[in-house]
Design a protein around this ligand. Structure first.
Ligand code: GLC
Ligand code: CA
Length: 553
């Protein structure tokens, strides 16, 4: 397989609002991130992905951008950004920006112009349609509740917003808009940024006949088939690659909900000249139910393994996987598929092992490296995220769900679980701020924090540091092929990687019980054990949440 630095890298995601506040206003900022670069260097990651840092009215915490070439007031200035980039580069760290171009903010100057009149030069930067019988152009629901269309009085028409009404969708069918985006990207790349994570990039090309979506059992119609992986998306990404990306040596990952392996072969194929990799969602959706992400069934491990195997085998030699358990949109993995009560440390380490030994580029979300957990809020007032607040409202007012049940659903799946401040130490507000944090700190910071784990070589933090350096020292982790083992076992996630005459075996117990290991074609040999999250070792048996990695030559 062809070698590439972005295949060998580990990416660390920062949600700047919640990482480190430097001036006491309770909001994380760029100077705060600068002060933590030595920590990231120590941890050993290669690339930092910053969630959006651009000018924004923060309807969706920066995923609604009002100026793509300026910095969010609360986060600092362009000088701060330049300093961050320079300092990061000095320390050998790369910076990847979040490119949010499926939509902008309604406060972006393009949109302010666009809504003025139908012949405004910016009109066609967005998606405007006439209403139908005095109603919205079709039945689509927005991702954050309500219709996906917003009526605008000035011209008596509707604009499309697949997210909140303050996030109007950009019209990628307009060449002038595409050129604007490409030149903005070029501007950042010329500044020296090392790549982009592209927000919902597989949604940029819509079916412009705008058919109604399936609304069975839902408040609104589902736009998925007409928006995700739309008619011209590959054309536009190839154009972006040709005009921009191909001129730089950068890392790119496209967030792509509802993407199949077949789609991914096009987006992230080695020869397709689009992106390096995509964030697929299949494994994240495995425990969804009737209310989508707001129902979480217990994990079906066999299904989860099937999904990973499909992606691992499907892309092997053809394209590249991203590997993630967590990000700013997902509840914390140790609370979700680990055990944050009785086996916090063990299960966090097991989950890290299971993911990092797969083929692909691993992404660590801030706090995952210390096993940060979901937050135990007791009132809806403590939540900040527009998605969960709107959803709670829909549950209670539109669906008539019992408030306690609605709250339980929010609590389990809210994105705010991932957005409570980074837990640095045991001082007040976890060392995140000396002020009033914009969202409450998880009270378990007194036990779970960076400082404490730095003092303990057996901590989750040290374990992650080791997973990262292990990858650097063993090519098989990056380039080895993948083969599933024990596919029908409902307790153990096991697989084998092979590179030339070497094999790497991974065994992970996903349960809180001791389990027998069925024969995997390898006679366990303790002297070949290279990663282990337990102090005791018994041949043929795994303790609760135990993880083992062997290298065999
Ligand atoms: C992506 C982001 C999410 C954001 C949405 C709209 O899914 O990860 O945080 O709300 O796009 O930009
Ligand atoms: Ca601040």
């Amino acid at each position: 397989m062809k070698k590439a630095w972005w295949k060998e890298s580990v990416v660390y995601q920062i949600y700047p609002r919640s990482y480190q506040d430097s001036n006491g206003d309770g909001i994380g900022d760029l100077q705060g991130i600068i002060s933590r670069l030595p920590y990231l260097k120590w941890l050993g990651v290669d690339v930092i992905w910053l969630s959006p840092i651009y000018k924004s009215p923060n309807d969706d915490n920066g995923y609604d951008i009002s100026d793509y070439q300026d910095i969010m007031t609360e986060f600092g200035t362009m000088e701060d950004f330049d300093k961050l980039l320079e300092e990061a580069h000095n320390q050998g760290l790369k910076i990847m920006l979040d490119l949010v171009v499926n939509h902008s903010s309604d406060e972006h100057k393009w949109f302010i112009e666009s809504r003025k009149s139908i012949d405004n030069p910016y009109r066609d930067y967005y998606i405007w349609r006439e209403g139908k019988d005095g109603k919205e152009p079709n039945n689509w629901g927005g991702s954050f509740g309500g219709s996906a269309w917003q009526y605008d009085e000035a011209t008596n028409m509707y604009y499309l917003h697949t997210f909140s009404k303050k996030q109007p969708d950009l019209n990628w069918d307009n060449q002038v808009l595409r050129n604007e985006v490409f030149s903005m990207m070029t501007w950042w790349l010329d500044k020296g940024v090392d790549g982009f994570r592209m927000d919902v990039i597989n949604m940029i090309s819509k079916d412009t006949t705008f058919p109604d979506g399936n609304s069975e059992g839902r408040l609104y119609g589902d736009f998925t088939p007409y928006v995700m992986n739309g008619p011209h998306v590959h054309e536009y990404l190839q154009e972006m690659n040709e005009k921009v990306l191909s001129k730089y040596d950068v890392i790119t990952v496209g967030e792509a909900p509802a993407v199949s392996v077949e789609d991914a072969k096009k987006y992230a194929g080695f020869d397709t000249k689009e992106l390096n990799m995509v964030f697929q969602f299949e494994h994240m959706c495995v425990d969804e139910g009737d209310y989508g992400k707001w129902t979480k069934h217990p994990l079906d491990l066999v299904k989860l393994k099937q999904i990973f195997t499909k992606w691992q085998a499907g892309l092997d030699g053809i394209g590249w996987n991203s590997l993630y358990w967590n990000n700013h949109d997902q509840p914390r993995i140790v609370s979700r598929w680990g055990n944050d009560k009785n086996y916090h440390e063990k299960s966090a380490k097991m989950l890290g092992t299971c993911l990092h030994m797969l083929q692909g580029t691993p992404y660590i979300y801030q706090g995952e490296e210390i096993g940060m957990t979901n937050v135990d809020f007791t009132s809806i007032e403590q939540y900040r995220d527009i998605e969960c607040l709107n959803q709670y409202d829909d549950f209670v007012t539109k669906i008539g769900m019992d408030k306690t049940e609605a709250f339980e659903r929010i609590k389990k799946s809210s994105r705010d679980n991932a957005r409570t401040p980074m837990q640095w130490n045991a001082s007040s507000n976890a060392g995140f701020t000396i002020g009033n944090p914009w969202i409450e700190v998880n009270p378990n910071y007194v036990d779970i924090n960076v400082e404490k784990q730095m003092e303990d070589k057996n901590s989750i933090l040290y374990y992650y540091k080791n997973l990262i350096s292990f990858r650097k020292a063993n090519e098989i982790v990056v380039y080895g092929s993948y083969e599933p083992l024990l596919e029908n076992d409902s307790n153990i996630f096991a697989y084998k990687r092979t590179l030339e005459d070497k094999q790497l075996y991974v065994l992970c117990n996903f349960t809180d019980k001791e389990v027998e290991i069925p024969f995997i074609g390898y006679e366990e040999d303790r002297s070949q054990l290279v990663i282990h999250n337990d102090t005791t070792w018994e041949k043929g048996k795994l303790q609760p949440y135990e993880a083992r990695v062997y290298i065999v030559k």
